[in-house]
Design a protein around this ligand. Structure first.
Ligand code: GLN
Length: 477
């Protein structure tokens, strides 16, 4: 059952070669046997998954038409609500929190026949780039168990990279799908802001958050996006997209290469792999256009003003009274105890930073200025996408690092997102695809496209994958 794609599973069920029940049974057995090494999953939903599988098998038996994800096991990040199931965003403050309703993305997966197999580890409230700020466990990179898989969607990424499931959902605020996908050698997407409903996703930065998909192929990621995406009455910021990708070839495609994405200090081997990928696109008919995007270096500082401001506001709702574990004492003590014990170090850091940024006297000089820079960066992208169809660049400046290495240095951790955050603050779309190895670890190539041009980025990624076989190399654990 390892390293399957959506079609390999759906075809096996359709043709009668396998049953949904068999696939779910095998998947659960595989997770229970091998995930002790990677710690991607917090919990598997065995009984519900088998019940969902039985529904699919009944459809097959009755000769009914099968939905597009019939019997496909999917892992979801622990910040996605699934009614009746625990969802903690990997924070102690939400320990044992049971979801009262189901997120739109999860509901749409279920309606499409997918099997929700379990929930996965993540950085607390999705703040982090390594999964290490989870209150519960540290997830390991399947290519080298001493390395981080990246984050914050660490578990969902490893659930796919290690071969447990063909697709998984993660969420992005600043790169939390693309960055781990790059470090684990799989495809990770960040849809345009608004493309996917945020209803039922535990909020981090509401103007930035977006659910993305992990898969081995851009085609699977595109199919998953077409199912979870689109307008949702319950999220006023959601809009419809175009649907499945356009034909994927580099012939005549204008590919912009921004020099600001090849930063000083980046790993020379990573740079070499990305340059090789760009050469391959040129050989196959792409028009490679050198770009300069001078505002890009301001993306990371802008993100780390806007994001903590929104995080501090969103985390204000966890007061020990309304959600999760109830604290004791008088009102003031209960706030103090719930938040003091419930939040980890990174959450506290961002609450303090965000509250400072939004306080009278600093609001104008930090928050308002960051909003102005954000608009300028978006404008810079809009101008660039007049000249090019997609941008190609590295996803991360280096490969996976050793677990623990950046834990005492928050700024080093923040720098892991330096090449991903611009897409989030601009609301545009991005995809990371595997483009080879450096130091025996995977390297990610990033395609960016304009807002609501998700199919353009996915088509470029699919074109690249049709010329390469990096996505067919798997770790063995
Ligand atoms: N690593 C970034 C942060 O810590 C991005 C997180 C994310 O995309 N959820 O904010």
């Amino acid at each position: 059952m390892q390293f399957s794609t959506i079609s390999s599973i759906v075809d096996a069920i359709k043709s009668g070669k396998s049953t949904a029940t068999q696939i779910v049974t095998d998947t659960l057995a595989d997770i229970h046997a091998r995930d002790s090494a990677t710690l991607a999953f917090l919990e598997t939903f065995d009984a519900d998954a088998l019940a969902q599988a039985a529904v699919i098998d009944a459809l097959v038996k009755n000769g009914a038409a099968l939905p597009p994800l019939a019997g496909v096991p999917v892992a979801i990040k622990d910040n996605m609500l699934y009614a009746g199931h625990t969802a903690t965003a990997c924070s102690k403050i939400l320990a044992n929190h049971t979801a009262a309703y189901t997120a739109t993305v999860v509901e749409r997966l279920i309606n499409a026949g997918a099997i929700i197999i379990g929930r996965t580890n993540m950085d607390e409230f999705a703040m982090g780039s390594s999964g290490e700020s989870s209150a519960w466990q540290k997830t390991h990179n399947p290519w080298d168990l001493t390395k981080t898989p990246g984050g914050s969607s660490s578990g969902s990424c490893v659930a796919v990279a290690a071969g447990f499931v063909p697709i998984a959902l993660g969420s992005e605020t600043g790169g939390s799908v693309r960055q781990p996908a790059a470090l684990c050698g799989i495809v990770g997407t960040k849809p345009s802001y608004g493309r996917v409903s945020r209803y039922g996703i535990i909020a981090l930065g509401s103007s930035l958050d977006q659910v993305g998909t992990f898969a081995h192929t851009a085609n699977d990621a595109a199919l998953a996006l077409s199912i979870i995406g689109g307008r949702d009455e319950r999220d006023a910021t959601s809009v419809d997209g175009r649907g499945l990708p356009c034909p994927s070839s580099f012939v005549g495609l204008r590919v912009g290469v921004p020099k600001e994405y090849f930063i000083d200090g980046m790993d020379g081997e990573v740079r070499a792999r990305v340059n090789e990928a760009i050469d391959l696109m040129r050989q196959h008919g792409a028009e490679i256009i050198d770009l300069s995007l001078p505002l890009q270096p301001y993306a990371l500082p802008t993100y780390y003003i806007i994001q903590p401001a929104e995080a501090a506001s969103n985390l204000g709702r966890y007061d020990g009274l309304r959600y999760g574990t109830r604290a004791t004492g008088n009102l003031e003590e209960s706030y103090f105890n719930a938040r003091g014990d419930g939040f980890g170090a990174e959450a506290k850091r961002r609450i303090i930073l965000g509250t400072f940024i939004l306080s009278a006297g600093y609001y104008d000089s930090y928050y308002k200025k960051a909003l102005a820079v954000r608009t300028a960066i978006r404008q810079e992208f809009d101008d660039a996408f007049q000249r090019v169809d997609v941008i190609a660049c590295p996803t991360t400046p280096g490969v996976a690092w050793t677990i623990g290495e950046k834990l005492d240095d928050p700024v080093a951790m923040y720098l892991a997102d330096i090449l991903t955050v611009a897409a989030n603050i601009s609301g545009i779309t991005g995809v990371s695809v595997p483009c080879g190895f450096a130091h025996n670890l995977p390297v990610g190539l990033q395609f960016l496209a304009g807002a609501m041009q998700d199919e353009q980025a996915l088509a470029a990624a699919a074109a690249y994958q049709s010329l390469t076989s990096w996505h067919e190399q798997y770790p063995r654990i």
